[in-house]
Design a protein around this ligand. Structure first.
Ligand SMILES: Cc1ncc(C[n+]2csc(CCOP(=O)(O)OP(=O)(O)O)c2C)c(N)n1
Ligand code: SF4
Length: 250
């Protein structure tokens, strides 16, 4: 029988060990496919911090470096500046890039570092047990906000891609989701364009992706997708949030 679909060459053979229904694996697959289609696996270096997102370094077939919590973009900056011909990307959770790593997220965008950052937004700190993150939704119950996020005390969620889009060195900013086949395919297009922007040396490219955490949301995999659709998509606008003039020609 002819094999019509298989694991993309951008991924290693190791089976994912994420919780059932966790969409980190879908996002991994998209990045693996994009690296294979662009023919860049051998020339790419990924950087992952800690968190469930940090497990990614086992799964991608390119070179990978582990960084401290929140510091992936600083490490990626150093790698890219010393090896400018390499394609360098970071793969970070929202708790990582929008909390402890916020300063890097702002400054790499302001400086226009020629790297690509991918933020996986599941609205909580996943690995450590589902604590409230800067991305936690208003009223959302987490292990550290058992009565729901009180925005009068903790402020409104940070929509990081929108903030990054205001900075001049960020030339491509997109926000995707992996809740439906349509959104998965759309997110793949954003990821591909983000890598192409880096190939062209145009500036900083950033893709934020809405993702599930069924374990910490205490929902089934299917209910998690529905929860993401009903609660996250109304808060976090999807689409290409910034396409600079030089990127439009791509
Ligand atoms: C300096 C430092 N502070 C705190 C931690 C504990 N820690 C490990 S993973 C993590 C949260 C990761 O959450 P997120 O970035 O949202 O990724 P996810 O697990 O959801 O993929 C934290 C706080 C750490 N390892 N190092
Ligand atoms: S804890 Fe959440 S983010 Fe981590 S693997 Fe499980 S479902 Fe995914």
């Amino acid at each position: 029988m002819q094999k019509v679909i298989g694991r993309p060459t951008g991924l290693t053979e190791l089976p994912f060990h994420y919780c059932p229904g966790c969409t980190h694996g879908i996002i991994h697959r998209l990045i693996g496919e994009v690296m294979a289609e662009l023919g860049i696996i051998e020339n790419t270096i990924g950087v992952a911090p800690v968190g469930c997102a940090g497990f990614s370094l086992d799964f991608f077939a390119c070179d990978f470096v582990g960084a401290a919590h929140g510091r992936a973009q600083a490490v990626a900056t150093g790698i890219k500046r010393s090896l400018p011909d390499k394609l360098v990307f970071t793969y970070q959770g929202d708790g990582d890039i929008a909390a402890i790593g916020t300063s890097h997220a702002i400054h790499v965008a302001a400086r226009g570092e020629k790297i690509t950052s991918i933020m996986v937004n599941n609205a909580v700190f996943g690995m450590t047990g589902g604590q409230m993150a800067p991305t936690t939704l208003p009223g959302m119950k987490t292990t550290t906000s058992p009565y729901g996020r009180d925005c009068a005390v903790f402020g409104q969620p940070i929509d990081l891609p929108k903030t990054v889009a205001t900075l001049s060195g960020a030339v491509y900013v997109a926000a995707g989701s992996v809740d439906t086949p349509k959104n998965i395919l759309q997110t793949k297009k954003y990821l591909k364009k983000a890598f192409q922007v880096q190939q062209m040396g145009l500036g900083f490219s950033f893709v934020s992706i809405l993702s599930t955490c069924p374990t910490n949301w205490a929902l089934s995999p299917v209910d998690s997708l529905k929860w993401l659709q009903d609660n996250m998509i109304p808060v976090y606008e999807l689409g290409e949030l910034k396409v600079a003039e030089e990127v439009k020609a791509l």
